[in-house]
Design a protein around this ligand. Structure first.
Ligand code: NAD
Length: 471
């Protein structure tokens, strides 16, 4: 165990995340500029929604990595009382990280932080849709990180498919569920494990018209292009109009009269997505917004009322600034509606009665009386379930996700007679002894106690063999 700890210290010299930290701090202005070109994102939002969490994970690695990488002793059964038994996280090898365009830096660099900390090499494939960020990432990474260990590959779908034909030791994919299935299929050819960080329709149930500005912020930040943005609202008919009024007030406060000229309001990534999002409004009644400008990929913050579950907008993840409201008679109708759909990445509840939250069906994560914020707690695992993904990351969870947890047992040479119970010629008495030692555990023994117990067993062995049938 001591030697394992020394190896960890040695690896820390080589695999450290400090160069990545320098990259995002020294080149912050370039990153902000690239995101301005990709999404019209302003500099403050880039820090708030991407750089802070990357930096946070780097700091966490620097302070806690020695603990994460250290051998993790486990409880032992009587058979292994005198042995060293522990789990040792080991590097997997080469990790392929494929990212999206909506948070093009965080979706690549956050998993990379964990990959570096474990000691993995990585190939990074940023999304081609956020082209300025992808180009800049390819240019900057070799200036800060070891080129042999970490490489950026840019390209479109064909290039990604070509990459997926190669054998990796882990694939960490962030993107849509549709492409996630293709990634998993490609990984299966080499039996490569995958982490799939996907999306879905994250519902927001409002039982009372409280803190609507929190929802307004979470829905329209990044122009709604966020995997955990509240996708739709469920509420009772009596509060629908109040909710619309509150959203209208908040939008005025956030983006003033004309969101198009607000420095805080983003754009849709390209005209293909612009057309897709706009088409989702077709059957709906617009309560707020609805304006658009294709030449700028601008869609105003839009609220749609009296939406019905069979409308097109309720059949796919919106990933844009449209917020449909569906009215339900009560919580059980809301649950029924949610249950009829795929398991989403997040669920939100606004209620003064916190027990409401317990009745909600499973999802990747939950935030009560706020939206998005469970993402920012670095000790919580972030990931989906079912159609919204598999695996988890952030902080220590990334480290664990991208390492192999090797089971280690270093047997002691002492007490060979305990092992005799398993050797032929087997008898009923030996089997009883073997069973006893395999099935019982020393709960809180430490120091010399296991040794003393072992000696006792050794001495008492003949007596024990004749009495163990009564145990
Ligand atoms: P996408 O699946 O279209 O693309 C993601 C990546 O996959 C890109 O790098 C792209 O080059 C590659 N790709 C696209 N088509 C491919 C194909 N046929 N074969 C191989 N590779 C292919 O996703 P997107 O549009 O960039 O992102 C939007 C989706 O991502 C939404 O569903 C959103 O919810 C989800 N998302 C999830 C998270 C999360 O953390 N869970 C974060 C951000 C976005």
């Amino acid at each position: 165990v001591q030697m394992e700890k020394q190896v960890v210290d040695g690896l820390r010299e080589v695999f450290h995340t400090e160069p990545l930290h320098r990259l995002i701090t020294e080149r912050q202005a370039d990153i902000e500029q690239a995101l301005k070109q990709d999404l019209n994102r302003n500099t403050y939002n880039t820090s708030l929604f991407e750089l802070i969490s990357i930096e946070n994970d780097i700091k966490l690695v620097e302070s806690d990595m020695a603990d994460w990488a250290a051998p993790r002793p486990v409880k032992k059964n009587l058979n292994s009382t005198l042995d060293d038994v522990y789990i040792k996280p080991k590097p997997l090898g080469v990790v392929l990280i494929i990212g999206t365009w909506n948070y093009s830096w965080a979706m690549i660099l956050q998993p990379l932080v964990g990959a570096i900390a474990v000691g993995n090499a990585a190939v990074l494939k940023p999304s081609e849709l956020s082209e300025h960020s992808a180009r800049l990432m390819k240019e900057l990474l070799p200036l800060y990180l070891d080129k042999e260990m970490y490489q950026v590959v840019t390209g479109r779908v064909l290039e990604t498919q070509e990459l997926l034909k190669q054998r990796f030791d882990h694939i960490f994919y962030t993107g849509s569920s549709t492409v996630g299935k293709l990634v998993m299929e490609a990984a299966a050819r080499h039996l490569t494990p995958v982490t799939l960080e996907l999306g879905g329709k994250s519902p927001c149930y409002i039982s009372k018209c409280l803190y609507i500005r929190r929802i307004t912020w979470g829905k329209f930040a990044n122009c709604g292009q966020m995997c955990i943005a509240p996708d739709y609202i469920l509420c009772e008919p009596s509060i629908q109009d109040r909710i619309v009024e509150e959203i209208q007030k908040t939008l005025l406060e956030f983006y003033h009269k004309d969101p198009k000229s607000s420095p805080d309001y983003c754009r849709i990534i390209n005209t293909r997505h612009f057309d897709r999002v706009l088409a989702l409004m077709n059957e709906c009644t617009i309560a707020l917004g609805g304006e658009s400008d294709r030449s700028q990929c601008y869609i105003a913050p839009t609220v749609l009322k009296n939406v019905l579950p069979h409308f097109k907008i309720m059949q796919e993840e919106i990933f844009g600034p449209l917020l449909p409201i569906i009215t339900v008679n009560d919580l059980s109708e809301a649950i029924h509606l949610i249950n009829a759909r795929e398991k989403p990445l997040a669920r939100y509840v606004f209620s003064s009665d916190k027990t409401v939250f317990f009745s909600l069906p499973v999802s990747g994560g939950v935030t009560v009386n706020y939206v998005l914020m469970h993402y920012t707690v670095d000790t919580l695992p972030f990931g989906g379930v079912g159609n919204s993904g598999m695996g988890r990351y952030h902080g220590r969870h990334t480290f664990d996700q991208l390492s192999h947890h090797r089971a280690c047992l270093i047997k002691s040479f002492a007490m060979e007679s305990l092992n005799d119970a398993r050797y032929p010629p087997l008898t009923a008495a030996r089997l009883r002894k073997a069973k006893f030692f395999m099935q019982h555990r020393l709960c809180s023994c430490s120091g010399s106690a296991p040794l003393a117990l072992g000696v006792l067993f050794e001495l008492a062995s003949p007596v024990w063999l004749s009495t163990s049938r009564y145990l």
